[in-house]
Design a protein around this ligand. Structure first.
Ligand code: NAP
Length: 292
């Protein structure tokens, strides 16, 4: 049977480490780290994610500042709020929860965030630093995947890592991290990739980040592979009180018995993304409030 890459457990360990660090700083007279979260509109899933981030902040002793705006807010006004957060010395880092309404340019908003406070690691400067010796704030989800593999001592050097999904938030930066920091040989697949199975079948480590439940079936996976399922899609489930459950991109029940390590959904990459956000906020706070 495979080892479960238990993101919930690892995230909890990381949170304990962060809490201890916050207590140590507070005992020296420093204030707690403060994360601001901007959310625009009333998308249910976005509010659920934001509530999870607020709960995580509370659990490690961070302060948080929630800014909720109507979906009719103009791009100009939102940019003004970002500018204010950039110059607010009491805010160490902030995120703008995606998606944004269509009339607002995600790229414009993201690029207006001061890189030192960009704790999602989305700005071009932070993204580009992945391939620099001086890595800055790393994109949260790929950082979480790397940390999960590292804490389970999954061997990556020289291994063939196949990533399915090449988005700016997950697949593309993860490909760079796998090459730069983990010394894996990377194949990055996307929706134009011909014969996806021919690639996935040769993966020692297979990471899937698409958002299509059932995309990866048992016949597409090599015996003994390591599987990281980033996909998170709400699918209807009348047996649940909420009426839905979260599904990954991998057909877990048939694939898991073939693997050496596998992430569950939920409880795998999701909690690690939040833990990375906390680690990034702690880094932003410590960099901007050095001990002396
Ligand atoms: P995204 O921006 O929609 O990107 C999906 C990627 O998959 C794109 O590169 C897309 O190609 C590619 N793709 C689409 N269909 C494909 C196919 N049939 N075969 C191979 N590649 C295909 O989504 P994302 O933000 O990266 O998120 C991906 C999934 O991860 C979603 O389910 C999301 O909810 C989840 N996610 C989870 C976490 C977490 O913390 N657990 C964090 C972030 C994202 P094109 O760009 O060419 O369309």
């Amino acid at each position: 049977m495979p080892t479960i890459l238990d993101g919930k457990k690892v995230a909890s360990d990381i949170k304990n480490e962060i809490s201890a660090r916050v207590e140590e700083r507070k005992s020296k007279g420093f204030r707690a780290p403060n994360l601001a979260i901007i959310i625009v509109g009333d998308d249910g899933a976005s509010h659920t994610y934001v509530n999870g981030k607020i709960a995580a902040c509370k659990s490690v002793g961070f302060d948080f500042t929630l800014m909720h705006f109507a979906s009719t807010i103009s791009e100009e006004k939102l940019l003004k709020h970002v500018e204010n957060l950039n110059s607010d010395e009491d805010i160490d880092g902030f995120i703008v929860q995606l998606p944004l309404p269509e009339h607002i340019s995600v790229e414009k908003i993201t690029e207006s965030i001061k890189p030192e406070k960009d704790v999602d690691g989305f700005t071009n400067q932070n993204f580009g630093s992945i391939v620099s010796k001086n890595q800055l704030i790393l994109p949260a989800t790929p950082f979480g995947v790397m940390e999960l593999l590292r804490r389970y001592d999954v061997e990556t050097e020289g291994k063939h890592c196949v990533i399915v999904g090449a988005s700016r938030l997950v697949g593309a930066p993860l490909g760079m991290m796998m090459t730069e920091s983990a010394h894996a040989t990377v194949t990055l697949c996307h929706k134009y990739t011909n014969d996806l199975a021919s690639h996935t079948k040769s993966a020692d480590i297979l990471v899937v980040a698409v958002g299509k439940p059932g995309l990866i079936s048992e016949d597409m996976v090599k015996e003994g592979a390591v599987i990281v399922d980033v996909g998170t899609t709400r699918v209807e489930d009348k047996t649940k009180k909420s009426g839905f459950r979260l599904s990954g991109d991998v057909d877990y029940d048939t694939v898991a018995p073939k693997t050496s390590f596998i992430t569950p959904v939920p409880g795998g990459v999701g909690p690690m993304t939040i833990a990375s956000l906390l680690l990034n906020t702690l880094k932003a706070y410590e960099d901007q409030n050095p001990e002396g």
